[in-house]
Design a protein around this ligand. Structure first.
Ligand SMILES: [Zn+2]
Length: 375
């Protein structure tokens, strides 16, 4: 990871570069900041820079033997610790090394990933990931290994607040008597869950959310989005690149939802029962996950249109095509029907979740919309 690949964070990069220039590399750092701000990327870029054999003023060279290994997260002196849980493959005492291949894979794909995305990637999204006692043994073992190639051995602990007490106590002992030429970078989103004694032994670097201008540039080049849509995306991302990434993937699948929603509303308004029956068949066939996604989407559209109806334009965040549609549609969503409409959508969602007959649930919902839109 090069510093130049990281979105924004100019000041933090500057500060990190200076510690190397002035030979003031701390042995234990804590990168603390919100999700999607680039903490993990910054930690890796910093470690890579420290170990780069031909570093420049502002960045690693990217091509020396050390950098080449860092680029793939495969340097023998670069170690990772992150929350894990048992899954179908690892049934007992899971440690980070059990998942290192998946870790490299997902980081190279999406370096701004969230904890949930990571847990989903290793198939444990319904569990709490954690860093357990077994992991502290692994940390000790790795620190006792001789340094293979690098000047600095690096241990990056992602989501350090997920360490349990035993593990945190073991780590504390190491931080009290740090081995020479070892760099610990702890990464955390919730320092209140970290032991105070650990906090007091690290140098805390606050990583702010990504500034809007850097976000704007990055999003414009990553996704072909511009103008008003770009501004809406920047606003909704709120300095969290992962959020923007999610919104864009959502936006792609949302194209379908938008089409269904507008079609249904038009047909309901026109009281076109035969067509409504056909579309309820279509909706019954798209699968439960998508159906639930559609309900959430529809609820958002209703809410935003109601706000528009209340003439509170400044708090509405819609994409351009949604805005165009809502220009007329919002006059139909008012205080006489919003509560009932919301209730009907929530109820349909409830019945779908409980495996009701989807075709009947949808057709029933459409008839209610038909009556409510006219009220
Ligand atoms: Zn290099």
């Amino acid at each position: 990871m090069l510093f130049s690949e990281i979105i924004g964070q100019t000041q933090i990069k500057q500060e990190l570069l200076e510690t190397v220039r002035n030979n003031r590399i701390s042995h234990a750092l804590l990168f603390y900041g919100p999700e999607g701000s680039g903490k993990l990327s910054l930690a890796i870029a910093y470690a890579q820079y420290i170990n780069c054999e031909q570093k420049g003023e502002k960045d690693s060279c990217g091509v020396c033997p050390s950098c080449l290994k860092y680029n793939k997260l495969q340097h023998p002196d670069l170690h990772f610790v992150f929350p894990v849980a048992t899954n179908t493959k690892v049934k007992k005492d899971p440690v980070s090394d059990n998942f290192i291949a998946e870790w490299r894979e997902i980081f190279l794909q999406q370096p701004y990933m969230s904890l949930d995305m990571w847990l989903a990637h290793i198939g444990v999204e319904n569990k709490q990931g954690s860093i357990q006692r077994e992991e502290s043994r692994e940390i000790m073992r790795k620190l006792n290994l001789k340094t293979y190639e690098a000047e600095y051995k690096v241990m990056i602990i992602w989501m350090a607040e997920k360490m349990n007490e035993t593990c945190a106590n073991k780590l504390l002992k190491i931080l009290e008597e740090p081995p020479a030429k070892t760099l610990f970078v702890l990464i955390s989103e919730h320092t209140e869950d970290l032991m105070a004694t650990i906090l007091s032994r690290t140098q805390i670097i606050r990583i702010p959310k990504i500034d809007d201008e850097s976000m704007r540039q990055k999003l414009a080049s990553d996704f072909s989005v511009s103008g008003e849509d770009l501004e809406t995306l920047v606003h909704n991302a709120n300095g969290n690149y992962f959020k923007a990434f999610e919104l864009m993937s959502f936006e792609n699948s949302n194209s379908d939802f938008f089409n269904y929603f507008t079609q249904i509303m038009r047909l309901a308004y026109a009281k076109n029962l035969p067509e409504l029956s056909t579309i309820s068949e279509t909706m019954a066939g798209i699968g439960r996950e998508k159906q639930k996604g559609f309900f959430e989407y529809a609820l958002k559209m209703l809410r935003e249109n109601f706000i528009l109806n209340q003439k509170k334009q400044e708090i509405v965040y819609l994409y351009k095509k949604e805005k165009d549609f809502s220009e007329k549609f919002h006059s139909f969503i008012n205080e006489r029907n919003i509560a009932q409409l919301t209730k009907e959508f929530n109820e349909a969602h409830y019945h779908i979740e409980r495996n009701g007959n989807a075709k009947i649930i949808f057709f029933d919902l459409f008839i209610k919309i038909m009556m409510l839109l006219r009220s």
